[in-house]
Write a protein of this length. Structure first.
Length: 245
C-alpha cells in the first residue's frame, strides 16, 4: 500500500525532468515548497501529470472519486469510503473490472512525481516505518489513475504485488506502489495503449537495486508530533531489524 509520500523537489525540478510545465503559476508558492511527510488521508493537493494533458503538472486531490459525484460531494465521499482506503490506492489487478478503475484506466492515467514514500514493516507485532527513494535522489514516477469531478482532478496511486525487496519491507500486505522507469513514463501516458499494453506495463518490475530503503523514526506514526520535517527521512537504526537487509 502507499498512503504516505514525500516531495521536496520544487516544481521547477519536475518540469525539467519530465519536460512539462506547471498548469498555473499561482500554484508554485502554494504547493511548491518541500513537504517531507504527506499523509494521503488528509487528501492533499499533489502535482500530477494527467494523460489528457501530458505536457503539464496539474494539482490533483489524492483520493479518486467516482464519476457520479459532484464537487460538493467530494468530502462526504471520502468519509464514506474511508473503510475502503479513501481511494488513495487502486489495485492494479482490478483495473479492468472495478467500477471506478475501469472508467479511468484507458483514458485517464497519470504520473505522480515524488521524492520518496513510506511503507510499514512489522516485527514482533510492532510497526516500523521505512522510507524508500531513488538512490541518486532523482525522484520517482508513480503510476496512477484519475477522475475529473467538476474542476478537480482526483487520483489514486496504483499498487501491485511486492517485489523481493518490498516483500521484506511490507511483509504483511506484501504490496508496493507501481513505479515507472523514466523510459516508460511516455508510454503510460500514451492514448494508444490497448488493455494488453497496459497490463504489460503494470507487470514490469522496477529494479530494486535502483532504490534506497531504510528504517526511519517512529515519529511518523505519532499524530501529536510534527513529522513534516526533513529529519523524518533520516535513517534510524533498530537492532532488532538487523537481519532484514
Amino acid at each position: 500500500m502507499c498512503f504516505q509520500i514525500s516531495i521536496w523537489h520544487k516544481p521547477e525540478y519536475w518540469e525539467k525532468e519530465f519536460k512539462v510545465k506547471i498548469s498555473d503559476e499561482r500554484l508554485r508558492p502554494v504547493i511548491g515548497g518541500p513537504r517531507y511527510h504527506i499523509n494521503g488521508f488528509s487528501h492533499p493537493n499533489v502535482l500530477v501529470i494527467p494523460q489528457e494533458k501530458p505536457n503539464v503538472l496539474a494539482p490533483g486531490v489524492w483520493g479518486i472519486v467516482s464519476n457520479d459525484r459532484q464537487p460538493d460531494q467530494i468530502k462526504p465521499y471520502y468519509k464514506e469510503s474511508v473503510k475502503y482506503g479513501s481511494g488513495l490506492n487502486a489495485q492494479s489487478e482490478k483495473l479492468f473490472n472495478h467500477f471506478i478503475y475501469r472508467e479511468s484506466v484507458m483514458q485517464r492515467r497519470c504520473v505522480i512525481p515524488v521524492d520518496g514514500f513510506f511503507e510499514p514493516h512489522e516485527h514482533d507485532k510492532k510497526k516500523y516505518p521505512f522510507f524508500i527513494k531513488d538512490k541518486e535522489d532523482m525522484g520517482l514516477a508513480l503510476a496512477g489513475i484519475y477522475n475529473v469531478i467538476g474542476t478537480y482532478i482526483t487520483f489514486s496511486i496504483l499498487t501491485k504485488k511486492a517485489s523481493p525487496l518490498f516483500e521484506k519491507i511490507h511483509n504483511v500486505k506484501k504490496r508496493q506502489p507501481l513505479i515507472l522507469s523514466f523510459e516508460n513514463i511516455d508510454k503510460w501516458l500514451s492514448e494508444d495503449l490497448s488493455k494488453d499494453d497496459i497490463k504489460e506495463l503494470v507487470n514490469l518490475n522496477y529494479r530494486d537495486e535502483h532504490l534506497d530503503a531504510y528504517s526511519i523514526s517512529k515519529d511518523l506514526y505519532k499524530p501529536k508530533i510534527d513529522s513534516n520535517v526533513k529529519e523524518i527521512t533520516n535513517k534510524i537504526y533498530y537492532p532488532e531489524l538487523t537481519s532484514l537487509f
